[in-house]
Every structure is written in structure tokens, then in C-alpha cells.
Design a protein around this ligand. Structure first.
Ligand code: ADP
Ligand code: MG
Length: 610
């Protein structure tokens, strides 16, 4: 073999594992790994910040069902990447992180970017290792084991530390393991038949069953089984934010618009790949019935012991979601939760769900359908309505050609219910960890997962990635817009610009020039309520021109104030095949979810304390 270094062995090992994309940010010494990978035909997506690329690797793992791979420099690179490692761990995203580190003989002497990354990452990963030697077989073995471990069982992040002297070491032979076949996806656990029998008994006896579909069900690709079960057994279902689309949102059994009623009234809940954490109010009263019986299905046995605070789940099943639901469906032959889903009396479970749905949908639609008065600012609801209507005319939701990424407190919460999904794994948001700043990395990951480089079409289809971003959320990784354009990813980024974090800062936004003067001279006094005038913690620069971030790399930017401008910008951006697009929509500060309420109450009472 030609003279080469261990960097080549590392790249070859990844290629033979079936890795086709690496998300990363290079420096010495990992640049050699990236270069060898590119020469072997692996797509290297180079980011501007390790945080964004570590988020991307996790989202890619979730969307493709195979580990996302992330390459980082050591020390500070690993520290920045910890953001994504923690995020992958919290969300159970399969992801392999590789990072460089100091030369082995310099450890402890203050070497370049020195960090004991294995110790540092051990608590945050499923496995953190350094190859046992520089031998090609040892290096390949460490990478293969870490790749397998992040994928098997409950997915999560794993880590391989690669010292500089190892990466640069000259090798004279390739690892024997490379002759091994590409790694197969991990075996699925099947449910214990006696436990399925218990679940069958419980369902046959109950009166108000509910299925909760979590992102574990989406990751498990259990959509065929769950759709068959829900629709032929007439069981209402409730998706979690990233479980959306496993069953199409337009199903008549969708209880999303009656979420509180569904959780409060259900006597048996089939919990499919979702945890009873803050997203589901820990499964406790008053949100849930005190006597609710929960059949919890999870690939992780530890999760079953962590249930709703009342004790063990009524029935805990360690199983792949699809395998369990198929078996349950078969064993419940002939059973239906409700013989008909139409015309229920209002005291029944279905009747209550339907009444709550009508009431809530009417309220939600009111704002979306209220046209903006000429000269006034768009509301979130109205802006989303216009974006949705425009996109749906161009690509009906049944076709599933649009993948949504959404983050920012108001932007994420309000948009969640306004954009219906008909297909699974087409919506990414801040997730289990409520991580803000994931949007740019997730959008790049979604593009890479669903489209081939440079406009080649995957399975004959191209998917448009639409990122709905709060202005604050975008700011975490806005420089990745350059990455998108460099990688020829015509992603559509909508910025909901309320000039601030959460609700922004109405008072100051209205008199921005004065505020700037006051801040400069530091002579802002107190207002009548005892609140200091000047910048608040939620203030951002007033009406920042985020669309120029697209223009700086030859992409397309739209500054939008009116309904007509928004519809036009959305249409143009949807059709754009080559360029990244930023649609900067001005929405009024002060709208949407509020924070700092306790402070305001205190200020009103005149205490003036912060
Ligand atoms: P959500 O955010 O939708 O509530 P969570 O991330 O809290 O979802 O929960 C997802 C759960 O799904 C995790 O506990 C994870 O262990 C589980 N899971 C992941 N893959 C599978 C699978 N193939 N089969 C069963 N459970 C799975
Ligand atoms: Mg904002």
C-alpha cells in the first residue's frame, strides 16, 4: 500500500461503516482526517462553529436512522461541541463524535489545546474511548465500537479521542477489520408475549384509551404499524412535538387540539416512544387522572422505572415500538375502542374530545384569519397562516415535500399547531432539552439527510427545508447561512423578528433612537413604575436586517412588513433552487409569550426590587 497516515485509516473505517456525511470544523490535527475522508468520497460539511455542527450530527442521526458523525478539534472544539453532545444525549439521537487531542507524550505539560476529553465526556456519552494503541486495528476497533454503541439500544452520543501523534502516525498496513461487512442496524428487541397479553386485557376493559406518539416512535420508523392500529381500532392519539406526522395530522382521531382534555380524561394511555418528562407533565395529576393506567413502551428498560411519579408504569414493555404495536394489533383482533368515531354523545370520551377540538380550533383560527389592518404589524398567527397557505398551494402537505425546523419561544409554540404534517420526521424543534440555537445546524442536517449534494435528487424528490426562527434563536448560529450557501443548500429561513428575546421590548422598541442616546450617556432614569429606562434583558437591536445575511453570500434576502410582501417572499424562496433565502418578517414586539412576569408584578406593587 502507498505510504499513508492513520488519518487515512480513520477515514477508511468511517467509509466502510457506511458513513457518507461528516459534520465538522477542522483545525490541527483533524484536518488530515477530513481531507482523507473527502478523497474517499465522504461529504464533509464544514461549519463555522462547533455548536452548530454538533447539533447537526444529532439531527442527521434522528432523520436517517443511522449515526450522524461529527469531527471536532480538541480542547475548545470539544467544549463547544459539548452543546451538541448534551443535546444528543437528552434527545436520544445516535451520533458519533471524533476529536483530536494533544500528542500523548505532552499530556500534562500544557500542550496545544490540551484537555482530557475522555474523562470530560464520559458522563455525557454512552461511551468515550481512546484507541488502545496506534495500531490500525486498534484504531478501527475503537471507532467501530463507538459507532455501534451510539446506535444500539437507546441511541445517544459516543466519543473517540484521537491524539495528534496517532492521527499523524505512518501506517504500513490496513486494519484487518476493514474486510468486515458494513455494520448492520442494531437488532430490535421484541416484546414479552405475557406482557402483551396484559396490555390486551387492559385495553379491552377500558373506556377512554389514548395513544401518545413520541419521537421514539418516529425514530423507530413505526408509522405503518401505528397508523394501522390507530385507524382500524379507532383509538384517539396525541403526538408530541417531534412525534407529529407519524400519524397524519388530518386524521379524525388526532386529539392535538384537545390536548388537555385528552390527557385529563384518558383512563388507559399507550405511551409509544415518549418520556413522562416535563413535556408530558411527568404523567401526574392534575394534568392526568390519578387512576390512569399507562402502558409504557420503550427500548430502554431504565426508562420504565422513571415513570409518572406514582410508581412503576402500570405495564412496562421493553420493546421496539413497531414490533410491539404490530403484535398488539394482531392480538386485539376484532376489538375497537369505539365502534364509530362520528356523532358521539357529549359525555363520552370522543364527544368531549370533539367539543374541545371545535372550541380550541375556533379560537386558534380567529387570529390566523384576521387580516392585518393596513399600516399595522403582522401577528405571529397571521404571518404563519400566510406562509402556510402559500406553501400549501405550491406543495400540498400530503406530498410531504417540506421539512420544518422551528425554534424560538413564541415562534416554536405558535407554529407547532399551525403547520400540519402528513409524514413522520419532517419537523425538528428545540426538543427534550429545549435547546435554543439548534435551527441552523438542524436545517443543514435535514438538507443533507433528504437531498444529495449539489441538486442531485434523492429518490427522485427534493425536499424544501423551511426554518421558522425567532430572531433571538437565529442569532446563535446565524453565520451558518454562509455554510448553507457554500454547500448549495437553498434553505428557506423565515425570521420572526420582534426585536427581542421572547416578547422583546415594546416600550424601548417604540423609541429606539432615544434609547440609544440614553444608553450611550447612561443617563436613563426610572419610569413612573420604578423601572429603569434603557435596554432590557430581552432587547435586541430594533428591526435588525437579518435578510442581509443571505445577501452577503449571494443568497436572497427579503425584508417583509405586509401580507403581500410575505406571500411574495415565501413563493420566491420556495422556488429558489440555488440560493439560501432569508425572509425577515417584522412582527410587533410585545406579542406572544411573556417572561419576567413576577418582576412586573413586583414593580406594579411599587417595591421596585429586581
Ligand atoms: P418526546 O420528546 O417525543 O416526548 P422522548 O425523547 O422523550 O420523546 O422519548 C423517546 C423515547 O423513545 C426514549 O425514551 C427512547 O428510549 C425511546 N426509543 C427510541 N427508539 C426506540 C425504539 N426503536 N423503540 C422503542 N423506543 C424507542
Ligand atoms: Mg424575538
Amino acid at each position: 500500500m502507498p505510504a499513508s497516515t492513520c488519518a487515512y485509516v480513520i477515514a477508511l473505517t468511517l467509509r466502510d461503516l457506511g458513513v457518507t456525511v461528516i459534520f465538522g470544523l477542522v483545525g490541527i490535527p483533524v484536518v488530515d482526517i477530513a481531507e482523507e475522508a473527502i478523497n474517499l468520497g465522504i461529504r464533509f460539511i464544514g461549519f463555522r462553529n462547533e455548536q452548530a455542527c454538533s447539533y447537526a450530527a444529532g439531527a442527521y442521526g434522528f432523520l436517517t436512522g443511522k449515526p450522524g458523525v461529527c469531527l471536532l478539534v480538541g480542547g475548545p472544539g470539544v467544549l463547544h461541541g459539548l452543546a451538541g453532545i448534551g443535546n444528543c444525549s437528552a434527545n436520544a439521537f445516535p451520533s458519533l463524535f471524533l476529536a483530536g487531542s494533544s500528542e500523548t507524550n505532552l499530556v500534562g505539560k500544557g500542550a496545544f489545546q490540551e484537555l482530557d476529553a475522555v474523562s470530560f465526556l464520559t458522563p455525557h456519552t454512552k461511551l468515550a474511548v481512546r484507541p488502545s494503541s496506534k495500531e490500525p486495528d486498534a484504531v478501527a476497533d475503537a471507532i467501530r465500537r463507538a459507532y455501534h454503541s451510539c446506535w444500539a439500544g437507546r441511541p445517544g452520543p459516543t466519543f473517540v479521542d484521537l491524539p495528534a501523534d496517532l492521527i499523524m502516525d505512518e501506517v504500513s498496513q490496513l486494519p484487518k477489520q476493514l474486510l468486515a461487512a458494513q455494520m448492520q442496524s442494531p437488532a430490535k428487541p421484541y416484546p414479552d408475549p405475557t406482557i402483551v397479553s396484559e396490555a390486551v386485557k387492559l385495553l379491552r376493559r377500558c373506556s377512554s384509551p389514548l395513544v401518545i406518539v413520541g419521537k421514539g416512535a418516529a425514530y423507530a420508523r413505526a408509522e405503518v404499524a401505528i397508523n394501522a392500529f390507530v385507524s382500524s381500532r379507532n383509538v384517539p392519539f396525541l403526538p408530541t412535538p417531534m412525534g407529529k406526522g407519524v400519524v397524519p395530522d388530518n386524521s379524525r382521531l388526532n386529539a392535538s387540539s384537545a390536548r388537555s382534555t385528552a390527557l385529563k380524561e384518558a383512563d388507559v394511555i399507550l405511551l409509544l416512544g415518549a418520556r413522562l418528562n416535563w413535556i408530558l407533565h411527568f404523567g401526574q395529576p392534575p394534568k392526568f387522572r390519578p387512576d390512569v393506567k399507562i402502558v409504557q413502551v420503550d427500548i430502554s428498560v431504565e426508562e420504565l422505572g422513571r415513570t409518572n411519579g406514582i410508581g412503576e408504569p402500570s405495564i412496562g414493555v421493553v420493546s421496539d415500538i413497531g414490533a410491539f404495536v404490530e403484535e398488539l394489533h394482531r392480538r386485539l383482533n376484532g376489538w375497537q375502542a369505539f365502534s364509530s368515531i362520528a356523532s358521539q354523545d357529549t359525555s363520552s370520551f370522543l364527544g368531549k374530545l370533539s367539543a374541545a377540538t371545535s372550541k380550541n380550533e375556533k379560537a386558534a383560527k380567529a387570529k390566523a384569519l384576521t387580516a392585518t389592518v393596513s399600516g399595522s404589524t403582522l401577528t405571529y398567527q397571521r404571518a404563519f397562516h400566510i406562509i402556510k397557505e402559500t406553501l400549501h398551494r405550491l406543495s400540498p402537505p400530503e406530498q410531504g415535500n417540506i421539512v420544518y425546523v422551528s425554534e424560538g419561544a413564541n415562534t416554536m409554540d405558535i407554529s407547532r399547531s399551525l403547520f400540519p404534517l402528513h409524514h413522520p420526521r419532517q419537523r425538528l424543534d428545540a426538543g427534550t432539552y429545549a435547546t435554543m440555537g439548534v435551527g441552523m445546524g438542524y436545517s443543514i442536517a435535514a438538507y443533507a439527510a433528504y437531498n444529495l449534494p449539489h441538486g442531485q435528487l434523492l429518490q427522485g424528490k427534493r425536499k424544501k427545508i423551511v426554518a421558522l426562527e425567532g430572531d433571538s434563536a437565529l442569532g446563535f448560529s446565524a453565520m451558518e447561512i454562509e455554510t448553507m450557501q457554500r454547500q448549495k443548500m437553498p434553505i428557506l429561513i423565515v425570521v420572526m423578528n420582534n426585536s427581542g428575546v421572547y416578547h422583546g421590548d415594546t416600550a424601548n422598541a417604540k423609541d429606539w433612537e432615544l434609547l440609544q442616546k440614553q444608553t450611550a450617556m447612561d443617563e436613563a432614569g426610572l419610569d413612573e413604575s420604578g423601572k429603569k429606562k434603557g435596554l432590557r434583558s430581552t432587547s435586541l437591536w430594533y428591526e435588525t436586517r437579518y435578510e442581509m445575511l443571505a445577501e452577503m453570500v449571494g443568497g436572497r434576502g427579503f425584508f417583509v412588513r405586509s401580507e403581500e410582501e410575505l406571500a411574495h417572499a415565501t413563493r420566491e424562496s420556495y422556488h429558489e433552487q440555488e440560493k439560501v433565502c432569508v425572509v425577515n418578517v417584522v412582527v410587533e414586539p410585545g406579542l406572544g409569550k411573556s417572561i419576567g412576569f413576577a418582576w412586573q408584578q413586583k414593580a406594579k406593587k411599587g417595591s421596585g426590587e429586581v
